[in-house]
Design a protein around this ligand. Structure first.
Ligand code: GDP
Ligand code: MN
Length: 385
């Protein structure tokens, strides 16, 4: 789960990371009021979207008056910001962050990520922070032993590599320790401060912050879950997660309803092998009730790209009769206007097949994955013709 810059800054600030003061605005007059309240003569107005690359895309702008703050906010709010990280449709700007502009002497980069190789967190630092960091080299890295935590000597090493010494050393070490404490206590997967600014008067200030959290740990981090902005997520994925379904939207046209993540992946491979592309990944999980299966159908059908649906169930914990009942329930709740291919195997398969046969639904059934994928792709070609 990702959060907005202003939320990341509030969180980091609560751990002692220095960030600029700021105000969030959902309308131009609120942006003007925030600027007036912050005081000063120059402000930055920053589009809040869950994507980086805003600076280069015109999503971070300097204003020299309160009126200009309002004008920039009016321009950004409600627009779609297209950055190198958003894809061609961009991201809708629903809020902006207003901060007093800071005079920047140097832009540095600090990051904490989980390194999957050594399976440990790693602290990253670079002297070339700012909008071009992706292309820059010169990264220093300190691998952290999670049992010991980030050590002072490691912070001092990174600080030295960033050219932070003398009176900047202590604040730099404190900042890195605060970042790590936040990383650990919120089950973050990644924290990125870019730029970490050295201001004109020599202070360290996190001018941008991106934090993403481990979804699987949200159950024990209620305060983190509260930061979720559903507007930034695919509504189908939100809907699915609220019904205990593991769904990821893709851009093909074969809707998939499968039990088990591995089988879902294999099903997507089989579809691809037969020359089509999956519209989604969907794992209904074990012990799926008819209601859950009906919800899976409903969510898959809200995707306008879906031209056919492939149901692939290998029931161990699941029961084919419940899956079949779910399919029937889904067809009662709404018209299923695309072909459906169902492959059921395992627990109560006879009962499941009987329910489908007696339902009068026009389904194609298949006995194995390969036949099912072939039938789904064939129905797709029929539907297109
Ligand atoms: P990103 O492009 O999405 O990563 O957005 P950032 O928040 O990193 O902003 C992009 C760039 O805008 C930064 O690298 C800075 O150069 C500049 N910027 C951001 N805040 C300020 C500020 O307060 N003062 C000045 N002068 N520049 C800023
Ligand atoms: Mn940035």
């Amino acid at each position: 789960m990702n959060v907005h810059e202003h939320q990341a800054k509030e969180l980091l600030s609560s751990y002692g990371v220095p960030v600029p003061p700021g105000g969030v605005a959902y309308a131009p007059h609120q942006a003007a009021a925030a600027a007036a309240e912050l005081g000063g003569e120059r402000w930055v107005v920053k589009a809040q979207v869950h994507a980086g690359g805003r600076g280069k895309a015109g999503g971070v702008r300097l204003a020299g008056s309160v009126e200009e703050v309002a004008a920039i906010a009016a321009n950004l709010l409600g627009s779609r910001l297209v950055t190198a990280q958003t894809g061609p449709d961009g991201a809708l700007v629903g809020r902006v962050l207003v901060e007093p502009a800071v005079g920047i002497a140097r832009e540095l980069y600090l990051g904490l990520v989980v390194d999957r190789g050594p399976q440990r967190p790693v602290l990253l630092g670079s002297t070339s922070g700012g909008v071009d960091v992706e292309g820059a080299g010169g990264l220093v890295r300190e691998t952290i032993d999670p049992a010991l935590g980030l050590q002072d000597f490691q912070c001092r090493k990174v600080a030295a590599a960033l050219g932070l010494s003398g009176p900047q050393l202590r604040p730099a070490v404190a900042l890195m320790r605060a970042l790590y404490r936040c990383f650990e206590e919120t089950d973050a997967l990644q924290i990125e401060v870019n730029p970490l600014a050295v201001t004109d008067d020599g202070a360290l200030l996190a001018l941008d912050a991106k934090v993403s959290f481990d979804d699987n740990a949200l159950f024990r981090r209620a305060e983190v879950g509260g930061l979720r902005d559903l507007d930034e997520e695919d509504p189908k994925e939100t809907d699915a997660s609220q019904h205990g379904l593991n769904y990821i939207a893709l851009d093909g046209d074969v809707g998939c309803i499968v039990n088990g993540a591995g089988l879902a992946m294999a099903t997507m491979d089989a579809i691809t092998l037969h020359g089509a592309r999956p519209a989604n990944f969907l794992d209904v999980g074990g012990g799926a009730s008819p209601e859950k299966v009906a919800n899976a159908f409903r969510i898959v059908l809200t995707d306008p790209n879906v031209k056919t649906i492939l149901v692939n169930i290998f029931a161990g914990i699941n029961r084919c009769d419940w899956i079949a009942e779910g399919i029937v329930e889904a067809s009662r709740a709404q018209e299923i206007d695309v072909p459906v291919v169902a492959r059921l195997a395992g627990t109560n398969v006879e009962e499941g097949r009987r329910i489908l046969a007696e339902s009068g639904l026009a389904l194609t059934t298949a006995d194995n994955l390969d036949d099912a994928a072939a039938a789904a792709v064939a129905s797709l070609n029929g539907a297109r013709a």
